[in-house]
Design a protein around this ligand. Structure first.
Ligand SMILES: [Zn+2]
Length: 343
């Protein structure tokens, strides 16, 4: 039997209650959690799920934002698509692997990726897989029907027949349907809802009726606040309407969006969300871990669950902290992550 033990202040269960404990992991399962017998300066958090990325964009890392959003990222001829088309497959795979290592090293063990490039695009991400991190791949242009794809990821809805047909075919094949909507305005929101998606990405410009509809139809909403600010689609803490989405009972997850502009670092995303949108640390961590449900997994540190967590060193701050979870999410940063354990 393979058994490991870690000690620290862990955020336990669904409510992330901080307790200083010894956690025993046997064959990947949390076998025991008991009061710590030794002092520790570690923090133990449930692993993050980054609910929206485009990691193919790694090949265009830190491209200058010098033109309108559509000219940068919209298919088929936005700058990123031109760069992707010109990139040989081995370089694309190597770039995506670099981002996956970066993602894992910052405490994230799963991510939902919109993979461009049809079947080849999905196959490239499958080939790039590394151990310890699970990509949930949303393909397009036929890629969504490959066995390795978890779903169909539509760039935006325009009420075209081929969009509806692709969404229906994906659903029939047992896949999820996800679509960007409400990022730059309200025009594509209604057409997105008409596709009856499982997931809407952005919702930056959601109105009260859109929030109500997402809640009533149990459509998960993925927010990417740093991306929204960086790309200039919001300049207000009211957009996206984070508080209203949470109060309406929507399932709200957090993602980092295009790797070319935004680091896929969920600790930075959490810190930004808490700063700009004033979410509580518990709400923030719930949004940053809840996306595992898209993969049919539950998260959280509890006896009997698979160990899916990471350890941070506290830099001597924990003994002063009145909110260890705030300290973990806003003050320590990815450099403090010392260990990542995943199923
Ligand atoms: Zn996106």
């Amino acid at each position: 039997m393979n058994t490991i033990q870690i000690t620290g202040t862990a955020f336990l269960g669904a409510d992330f209650v901080p307790e200083t404990v010894d956690i025993t992991i046997s064959n990947g399962i949390i076998a025991d959690i008991s009061p710590a017998r030794t002092k520790s300066e570690s923090l133990i958090l449930p692993a993050f799920f980054n609910a929206h990325t485009h990691i193919g964009d790694t090949v265009a890392l830190d491209t200058r934002i010098d033109r309108p959003l559509a000219e940068l990222v919209a298919p088929p001829d936005g700058l990123k698509h031109q760069i992707l088309r010109e990139t040989p497959e081995d370089r694309l795979i190597s770039a995506m692997r670099s981002s996956m290592q970066y993602i894992r090293a910052s405490g994230t063990t799963g991510f939902a990726d919109f993979r461009e490039g049809g079947r080849d695009g999905v196959s490239a991400l499958s080939a790039a897989k590394i151990s310890g991190i699970m990509p949930l791949i949303f393909g397009r242009d036929g890629g969504e029907l490959l066995p390795d794809a978890a779903g169909f990821g539509l760039s935006s809805a325009h009420r075209r027949d081929e969009e509806r047909e692709a969404a229906d075919a994906a659903r029939k094949a047992g896949k999820l349907v996800a679509v960007h909507a409400g990022e730059g305005g309200i025009k594509d929101i209604e057409p997105a809802f008409e596709l009856q998606p499982d997931v809407i990405i952005h919702a930056t410009h959601f109105r009260p009726e859109d929030i109500r509809r997402a809640a009533d139809e149990d459509i998960a909403v993925v927010l990417c606040p740093r991306s929204n600010w960086l790309l200039g689609v919001t300049d207000s803490a009211k957009k996206p309407p984070v508080r209203e989405l949470l109060d309406a009972g929507c399932r709200v997850f957090l993602g980092t969006d295009n790797v070319m502009f935004v680091s896929p670092d969920m600790l930075s995303e959490c810190a930004f969300l808490m700063t700009a949108y004033k979410t509580t640390p518990e709400e923030t961590l719930r949004m940053a871990t809840g996306g595992f449900s898209l993969a049919g997994m539950t998260s959280g540190i509890e006896i009997g669950k698979p160990a899916n967590l990471f350890v941070m060193e506290d830099a001597g701050l924990l003994s002063w902290s009145r909110s260890p979870l705030t300290t973990a999410l806003t003050r320590l940063g990815r450099g403090a992550v010392t260990q990542v354990i995943s199923p």
